[in-house]
Design a protein around this ligand. Structure first.
Ligand code: SF4
Length: 285
């Protein structure tokens, strides 16, 4: 399938990435921007922002859309939480997004490492806003509680696609588990801002997409991101359809009419893209 005219992104000049990459490597840090081949990396890195990927760069799951390596993960790096705080300080970040691979091999799914990372960043300055994009912790609640107790401002967990496509797209995940995680987050801390994201172009229908948006609102979700799936490599599932910008606009309107505080919906939107601005839009900053 040829790329449509609206899927165009300027290749960033290498020097705009070099400084950021040197800092990240000097602190042995990973980003989902690099590991998942995000199309916005040029824009974000040149603005000195990134989404930190913790718990290593190898995942225990095999989502067919994802470019992250699926291999036996290495032991956790105990220095990682402090090194992320060092990077936040060096970059003078006011808003930090932390995500992770899924570590089904760890008893708490890596929740204590998330909590430590949040604690290290909070130790720098109280004004820094922290968003965590968490895995599903296999539907277990105590790891989730551990992360929430550490006090992030935004808890993000992506549903990624519609329930009918889970066996093909997220075979080890469970739609109701993921929805339950967002609902439980609000129950545990009604003041936290919750967020989720969808990728389109995997074979879903617009009725299914609207159905998921209703489910998310039913779980009290505040912020929604909707973007176009782009194939990271020939190892990953093919794009079934390129959704036109007009359709993304319609989903944005639908999302706002359903009561989301902020909706970002366009082909290059990703779950932590312009995250700071989205929290501001939601007036929950
Ligand atoms: S859980 Fe799925 S989407 Fe997340 S890093 Fe692993 S393979 Fe990728």
């Amino acid at each position: 399938m040829n790329l449509p005219s609206w899927i165009r992104k300027k290749i960033p000049p290498p020097q705009s990435l070099r400084e950021m990459k040197e800092l990240l490597r000097s602190l042995s840090l990973h980003t989902v921007c690099e590991e998942a081949g995000c199309p916005n990396i040029g824009e974000c890195f040149s603005q000195k922002t990134a989404t930190f990927l913790i718990l290593g760069d190898k995942c225990t799951r095999s989502c067919s859309f994802c470019g992250v390596r699926k291999e036996n993960p290495a032991p956790l790096d105990p220095e990682e939480p402090r090194n992320i705080a060092r990077a936040v300080q060096k970059l003078r970040l006011e808003y930090v997004v932390i995500t992770s691979v899924t570590r089904d091999d760890l008893a708490d799914g890596g929740a204590s490492h998330f909590a430590l990372t949040i604690k290290e960043i909070k130790g720098l300055a109280n004004e820094i806003r922290i968003e965590v994009l968490v895995p599903d912790f296999n539907g277990s609640l105590s790891p989730l509680r551990r992360v929430i107790e550490a006090g992030p401002h935004v808890l993000n967990h992506n549903l990624e696609t519609v329930p009918r496509l889970y066996p093909e797209v997220r075979p080890e995940a469970d739609y109701l588990h993921s929805l339950g995680l967002l609902r439980e987050t609000k129950r545990l801390d009604p003041d936290i801002c919750t967020k989720s994201g969808l990728m389109l172009g995997l074979g879903e229908t617009s009725e299914e997409v609207t159905g998921v948006m209703r489910d998310l609102r039913g779980a009290g979700c505040d912020i929604l991101t909707i973007g176009q799936y782009l194939r990271p490599s020939s190892q990953n599932m093919p794009v079934k359809k390129y959704i036109a910008p007009k359709e993304f606009k319609e989903y944005e309107e639908t999302g706002k009419s359903l009561g989301f505080l902020a909706v970002a919906s366009s082909p290059f939107v990703r779950s932590s893209y312009q995250a700071h601005e989205m929290l501001a839009d939601s007036q929950r900053l």
